[in-house]
Ligand binder design. Structure first.
Ligand code: IPM
Ligand code: MG
Length: 352
């Protein structure tokens, strides 16, 4: 039986996680180990990533993660805050370097996209492959030093060839199963790190002659995404640029509440989480859209448990629910029926 560490975390994480578990229970028997993470863990255990939580993750086959953070913990010293003290260490400890963020429009939601219908066309289907354990997020040194006007904040952008090679390989392998096109994002006109990035990606590309490689500066990529998103198949990016572009790609699909993600290591152990955050402004109001969390559970079935068919059933059930006209507030349009978090979970589970 597959063992899942379930870490709901904070804010809407607590509300959307039960809906994902509800859907999983329709598809098989899993054993769940619940553990606290983020602000919830700070309140209960004094730290965002308690030893027991790490242990639960280590003893499981995959981690299903909700979201962390919120105004309650924003005044803590930066290194104790939920994002920095829980999510980033989890990614690093398990070496979850390969972050897959599919940005796909479900047809019934085409109208929710901020882009014009003539740009959306038949829909958008992009896979963002973001490196997740290096770059300016983790490079040393980093800190704040000095006093007065000389006070200085600094973070080190860096990539090793090994780090670029392995994430580039992930992107090319993914492209082989899709439309065979990789757009690699960099800023090689300014940053040395990105010169190395571009050279290394080109080297890896030689092993994939069937895949077309394009290089694009990140500033240009941010406008191309809204101007003509269909030019993209797989977007390969470092940690920082991937963070920014994945939010942009997410919103052009209609709502941040729809996008799942997988973060994998070399052994395909993974953490699965929605791309959105803990949304403290709507937490506790039963308004949150559980679909990103549910689709994340679907990605877990596919990538960690090899349950391709069941993963497809999750996507199909989500699509059917949307086709049947049910919407949470974030994706609501005229003529549809508005439902709350739990109702959306029920409707999807019924359609499995
Ligand atoms: C994401 C988030 C995180 C990141 C934050 C919460 C640390 O924005 O997963 O995209 O920057 O990676
Ligand atoms: Mg982000």
């Amino acid at each position: 039986m597959h063992k899942v560490a379930v870490l709901p975390g904070d804010g809407i994480g607590q509300e959307i996680m039960p809906e994902a578990v509800k859907v999983l229970d329709k598809l098989g028997e899993f054993s769940y180990v619940y553990a606290d993470v983020g602000g919830a863990a700070i309140d209960k255990h004094g730290k965002a990533l308690p030893e027991e939580t790490l242990k639960a993750c280590r003893q499981s086959d995959a981690i299903l993660f909700g979201a962390v953070g919120g105004p309650k913990w924003e005044k803590l010293p930066p290194e104790q805050q939920p994002e920095r003290a829980a999510l980033l260490p989890l990614r690093k400890i398990f070496d979850l370097y390969a972050n897959l963020r599919p940005a796909k429009i479900f047809k019934p939601l085409a109208g929710a996209s901020p882009l014009k219908p003539e740009i959306i066309g038949e829909g958008i289907d992009i896979l963002i492959v973001r490196e997740l354990t290096s770059d300016v997020y983790f490079g040393q040194p980093k800190g704040i030093e000095g006093t007065g006007d000389n006070r200085r904040g600094f973070d080190m952008m860096q990539y090793t060839a090994r780090e670029v090679k392995r994430i580039a390989k992930t992107a090319f392998e993914a492209a082989l199963k899709r439309n065979k096109k990789v757009t690699s994002i960099d800023k090689a006109n300014v940053l040395h790190t990105m010169v190395l990035w571009r050279e290394t990606v080109a080297e890896v590309a030689k092993k994939y002659p069937q895949v077309e490689l394009n290089n694009m500066y990140v500033d240009n990529a941010s406008q191309q995404l809204v101007k003509w998103p269909h030019q993209f198949d797989v977007i390969l990016a470092g940690n920082m640029f991937g963070d920014i572009l994945s939010d942009e790609a997410a919103i052009i699909t209609g709502s941040l509440g729809m996008l799942p993600s997988a973060s994998l290591n070399e052994k395909n152990f993974g953490l699965y989480e929605p791309v959105h955050g803990s949304a403290p402004d709507i937490a506790g109001q039963k308004k949150a859209n559980p679909i990103a969390q549910i689709l994340s559970a679907g990605m877990m079935l596919k990538y960690s448990f090899g349950m391709q068919k069941e993963a497809q059933r999750v996507e199909d059930a989500v699509l059917k629910t949307l086709e049947d006209g049910y919407r949470t507030g974030d994706i609501m349009t005229e003529g549809c029926q508005k439902v709350n978090t739990q109702e959306m979970g029920d409707l999807i589970a019924e359609r499995i």
